[in-house]
Write a protein that binds this ligand. Structure first.
Ligand code: HEM
Ligand code: HEM
Length: 158
């Protein structure tokens, strides 16, 4: 649940917001759907982690736990601020909202990926799990970088 939510859905949502604005308004609905699903799945996954942690008394994974709790807060703030605080695109304060939203959003994505690898270290599943996620991550990074280069180049051309 955590890997799919924080590690796949949320990065896809960011890639779509970053690179697909030129294709019409659908990017917004895809972004919001990915981020809401990612947040709900990610919070459910973290609560599952906390419950597992509670059952194994005496064993605590401090770093993994702190990042997990931070992520739940970031996702909650991000979704609430997305709906309640977002000014219209041409509003004079919109750039501050963007700055805040980008900073929190990318922080959550990076922390999410870090915690997934910490999770693999805790559970020690077969190596293939880690490799499978590394493959997906490489594909996401590739998509993000190619998309960023393409939109950058397209903006320059126009
Ligand atoms: C955990 C939830 C969320 C995360 C992690 C997240 C992350 C991001 C990121 C990283 C970007 C920047 C993409 C770029 O580089 O251009 C972005 C853009 C955007 N997000 Fe979110 N987002 C979340 C939820 C939401 C919600 C709930 C809304 C609206 C209801 C929203 C609306 C937007 C808009 C409008 C933009 C484009 C801003 C602009 O460039 O003018 N996001 N988001
Ligand atoms: C962003 C992703 C993740 C988040 C937010 C998250 C969150 C959490 C949290 C909050 C705990 C409780 C820690 C404690 O009480 O000491 C936990 C425990 C745990 N997590 Fe994660 N986790 C993530 C990814 C993963 C992954 C990918 C795996 C395995 C492949 C994993 C495996 C575990 C295990 C096995 C425990 C239980 C520890 C115990 O029984 O004491 N986690 N997780």
């Amino acid at each position: 649940m955590n890997t799919i939510s924080w590690g796949i859905l949320m990065p896809i949502g960011a890639i779509v917001a970053r690179n697909f604005k030129g294709f019409g308004p659908a990017w917004f609905y895809i972004h919001v759907s990915c981020q809401i699903l990612g947040s709900l799945g990610g919070i459910a996954g973290s609560v599952t982690g906390l419950m597992l942690g509670h059952k194994s008394s005496g064993i605590e994974y401090k770093g993994h736990k702190c990042i997990g709790i931070t992520l739940m807060s970031l996702a909650t703030v991000q979704v609430l601020a997305g709906f309640l605080l977002r000014p219209k695109p041409d509003h004079k304060y919109r750039r501050f909202w963007n700055l805040f939203h980008y900073a929190l959003g990318y922080t959550a994505i990076v922390l999410g990926i870090v915690n997934i690898f910490k999770g693999f270290d805790i559970l020690e599943p077969p190596k293939s799990w880690r490799y499978a996620y590394m493959g997906i991550l490489a594909a996401l990074v590739f998509l993000g970088v190619v998309g960023a280069a393409f939109t950058h180049w397209n903006k320059k051309k126009n």
